[in-house]
Structure formats: C-alpha cells, structure tokens
Design a protein around this ligand. Structure first.
Ligand SMILES: [Zn+2]
Length: 352
C-alpha cells in the first residue's frame, strides 16, 4: 500500500564501508584517506583489544599517529560521558568491539563533536552502522541519539571467529525489520507519522537477504559473516536515512526492551527481537510462520524456554511493551490485554 511521504529529508551516510577478510589491516589506509587528523582515540574492551585494538593502535602509531587505547566495559551514561570528555583531545574515535564499545564510541564522538569509525568484531545487532546508541540506565536500555559512523571496517575473518550465537542474534535483529516496517506503515496511516519508502525498502532488503539465505548461514562460515555484516550495514543506513530507528525498531523491539527489564541478562537483544517479531507479525495478521522457520534454521531462539525466560515473563513483556516508548506507535497500540498476550504467545508456540 502506498504511504504518504514528506518531500524533504536529511540523510547522513558513512563515506566508506570496507567489509572483507583481513580488512583490519586497512585501518591506516582508511584513516589517511579520510584525512581526519592524527590523534586517534580507540575504544575497546579487554578481549577486543587483543583481537584487534592493539593491532590497529600499533599500525597507526607506526605511521606517526598519536593513539590512545581506552578500555571500557558496559555502555552506561557515565561511561559515555567519560569517553566524550577524553575524546575532546582527539581528532577522531574508533570503536572496536561488539555492541557496547561501538555504542560508547558513537556517543563519545557525538559529545566531543568529532568523527567516529565503527570497527565491529561481532555481528550481533545493527548498531554497528546506525546513528543511535543503546545506553544502560537504571537497569534498562535506552536508545539515544549519537553520531553515525563516517566509515566502517568489518573484518569477516574476525567476525566469523566470534561465537556463532552472536551472529544468529544479528540475523534475528535483521529479521525483525519485517515487523518494524509494518509498524511504521501503520503509524504513518494512523498517526500521520513521517514515512520514507527509501528507508523502508533498505530495511526490508536487509531482512529479506537473511530470509533468503537462512539455509546458508552456518557456524564457522566466513560467507555467513559477510551476508550478515552487509545486511547490518544496510539496516544501519536505513536508520540514517529515516533520521531515527523507526525502520528498524517496532513492537518487537519494545517487547525486547520490556523483556530485558523483566528478565535482565538472559537473552541477547537480537534473540529477543526475533521472538518478538513472530508475535508482532501474528498480531498484524501476517505470515509469522516463515519467520519462525527462518529463525529455527539459523538456530536462533523461537520459544521462551530457548530464550532462557519463563512463559510468564513473555506475557508480562508483551503487556508492558507499549509503555517502553510512548512516542513509538506500533501494532500494540495503547497496549495488549493479558488474555490476548497469552493467546498470541500460545498460538505462535512461543509459550507452552
Ligand atoms: Zn535491534
């Protein structure tokens, strides 16, 4: 169905996206081409320092850059502010890691108003290329405005060696675009919310690439890392075009955020979104079974048990989901009743 669109938009894209085997070795070449200055702040964790951080710092130092490795843990408001303060003495930031290090780097870049290069070492979610950061505050995750990366380097050799569960979670976060785009269309029709067919098409392309390749995504296969990274970048760019996380985050994400507060630390973000997508599509009256099948092929969770949470947690998360973000209209509308939530979770096989 055609959606109404405003005839204006601000789009910020990454200037270079390098994805390939051994591509971490191209960090210096990229930095010198982008001419960002020679003071680099590198955000990583203890593990990603050994995987790639130290390597990148040495490579740049050898070429005359002044580099500082900043080892960080979780992405909290305090740590983001700390990174932002330190970043004021640098020309650009590189975030090297899975989720939190990239979130901190993009927040720090936003605070210090300097460019940010995203160097993902896993492919577990689409924050690697998006202008939004997920920050932990009082036990729950907040999506906050941050800087979009000026460039992305993703080394498929490194990403393929990360635990397979992370890659499967990244796939589930991409499959989630099936329901988030439906929610966006609904909000456009019902609430006259601005819609971009360009952003929606990119998000759907990212999702469909995973659905079409579900049989080929396997543990230890570098080809799988390539497919998922490419799609995560597409999804991130769709958010840059939309100027918000709208194309990539609907009811399934609200459900995931709610479940995170009810049963923290049990499942990965993408895993929760995958299960949320099954239920959200059922509520939309769409084909949820093909989503469930694709998630099963990829070996991502499709039930409460596989997520490591109780059936009751799923129902509670569904009932609570619409309160997670009042400005995000989805198929959950003003809220789903307890009875309807239980029925939806049972019919889709998420709970027993
Ligand atoms: Zn997500």
């Amino acid at each position: 169905m055609a959606q109404s669109e405003r005839k204006e938009s601000d789009m910020i894209f990454p200037r270079e996206v390098l994805i390939g085997n051994g591509y971490i070795s191209r960090a210096y070449e990229l930095c010198s081409r982008l001419k960002l200055g020679n003071r680099a702040l590198i955000i990583c964790g203890t593990v990603t320092r050994d995987i790639a951080g130290k390597n990148v710092a040495d490579m740049l130092s050898d070429k005359g850059y002044s580099c500082e490795l900043m080892i960080e843990g979780r992405a909290t408001q305090e740590s983001a502010e700390r990174v932002g303060e330190v970043a004021k003495d640098f020309d650009f930031i590189m975030g090297i890691g899975g989720g939190s290090k990239i979130d901190l780097a993009k927040m720090g870049a936003h605070i210090a108003d300097i460019p940010f290069i995203s160097i993902p070492t896993t492919a577990s979610h689409d924050g690697i290329a998006s202008p939004r950061a997920s920050i932990k505050k009082n036990g729950s995750s907040l999506s906050v405005e941050a800087s979009a990366p000026i460039a992305i380097i993703a080394d498929t050799g490194i990403v393929a060696k990360a635990p397979y569960r992370l890659l499967a979670s990244g796939c589930a976060d991409l499959i989630a675009k099936r329901s988030s785009v439906k929610d966006w269309e609904l909000a456009n029709r019902l609430k006259d919310e601005p819609f971009s067919s360009f952003a929606a098409a990119l998000a759907m392309l990212a999702c469909n690439t995973i659905l079409e390749n579900a049989d080929a995504i396997k543990e230890g296969l570098e080809e799988s890392a390539w497919i998922v990274l490419k799609s995560l970048v597409l999804s991130g760019v769709s958010m840059s075009i939309a100027g918000s996380s709208r194309p990539a985050s609907g009811a399934e994400h609200l459900f995931a955020h709610a479940l995170d507060t009810i049963a923290p630390g049990k499942a990965l973000h993408g895993e929760e979104c995958g299960v949320g997508t099954i239920i959200a599509l059922y509520l939309h009256g769409e084909d949820w079974k093909i989503i469930r099948e694709a998630l099963k092929k990829i070996k991502a969770p499709v039930t409460a048990k596989e997520l490591g949470v109780k059936d009751e947690d799923i129902i509670e998360a569904l009932v609570k989901a619409h309160t997670m973000r009042s400005d995000r209209y989805t198929i959950l509308g003003e809220g789903i009743s307890r009875g309807a939530a239980e029925k939806a979770a049972k019919i889709t096989g998420v709970i027993a």
